[in-house]
Design a protein around this ligand. Structure first.
Ligand SMILES: Cc1ncc(COP(=O)(O)O)c(C=O)c1O
Length: 303
């Protein structure tokens, strides 16, 4: 069981988390017609009265865009202001994760998006490492990522996570930590809730936006950091066999941060991961507001 932050934003007001409850007839529960964000907050290591949020503007914009697929008009500015109030109301003391969510809140029975009530809530929970920072083993999933022509993959739509759930459970029940999903073209796509990077001959390679990936904010940050450090980053289709003989593979995501991959199926990857480590250390320094060059990626909330 998680430690939830004491207050949630629900039906336009702050209520105690345990009182933020919905009906079993809620439309989104049946049809997966929700969309969510997920961002981390940490107390500023050099100022306990300040909370740091990584790339808050990008997270709010992505959720606002996701909401458009649900025909829900909510601005990034509105989402941001609720999140700031949420943090001030909760005054978290440890690392936490915020889950803002938009969904069809009506009790109607027909799957649809028009003429149906929608709502926006926010809750949070304490969160440390999501995956082992020492590295994970991955199974190539028998489940394939959805295609953009049948699913709005640029949104973080709740219904999409049946595929992530199937893949994750399949991997874990087979003794692995994480799943790597291919896309419908049989190319490498992403993990259950992370984007993927491959390092070969000092080049950093990651599937591009045309590969049915989620437009990850950590992915975007890693690409920028790597280029600023002088690495060549190539966005292109990636074959499964490239993963198996890579010098390094790592996963990127808000929950997973930068997590090294140490094994894929029965292939052990090299233990030395100099580029992964360099990028991870840089990202950590940025999120902890220790890197002045990336100050504008860190949003500060006084508590
Ligand atoms: C399916 C999927 N891919 C990738 C990511 C990584 O995205 P981000 O870096 O924005 O957290 C996530 C996590 O949000 C995800 O759920």
């Amino acid at each position: 069981m998680h430690n939830f932050l004491p207050f949630a934003y629900f039906q336009n007001q702050f209520v105690e988390f345990q009182n933020a409850n919905i009906s079993i007839a809620t439309h989104a529960l049946h049809y997966g017609t929700g969309a969510f964000g997920g961002l981390r907050g940490i107390p500023d290591p050099s100022n306990p009265n300040q909370i740091l949020l990584f790339r808050l503007d990008r997270h709010c914009q992505r959720l606002s865009n996701s909401a458009r697929f649900l025909q829900f008009d909510i601005s990034a500015a509105k989402i941001q202001s609720v999140i700031v109030d949420f943090i001030q109301k909760n005054s978290p003391k440890t690392s936490f994760y915020i889950r803002p969510f938009v969904y069809t809140s009506d009790l109607g029975i027909a799957p649809r998006l028009h003429k149906i009530e929608k709502d926006f809530f926010v809750y949070g929970l304490e969160l440390g490492d999501y995956l082992s920072p020492d590295g994970v083993s991955c199974r190539i999933s028998s489940w394939y990522r959805q295609e953009d022509r049948s699913f709005p993959l640029r949104g973080k739509i709740s219904g999409a996570y049946i595929t992530s759930s199937l893949a994750k459970t399949e991997a874990v029940e087979a003794g692995f930590d994480e799943a790597i999903l291919m896309n419908s073209q049989g190319k490498v796509c992403e993990a259950s809730g992370m984007n993927i990077f491959v390092v070969r001959n000092s080049q950093i390679i990651t599937p591009g936006f045309d590969q049915d990936i989620l437009e990850g904010i950590t992915r975007d940050s890693v690409i920028k950091i790597a280029r600023d450090l002088g690495f060549e980053v190539i966005e292109r289709p990636v074959d499964k066999t490239e993963l198996l003989i890579a010098d390094e593979v790592f996963l990127s995501g808000t929950a997973a941060k930068v997590t090294p991959v140490k094994q894929i199926e029965n292939y052990q990857l090299p233990q030395d991961k100099p580029i992964t480590n360099k990028l991870r250390d840089k990202l950590t320094a940025i999120t902890e507001n220790r890197d002045p060059a990336y100050q504008d990626w860190v949003f500060k909330v006084e508590i």
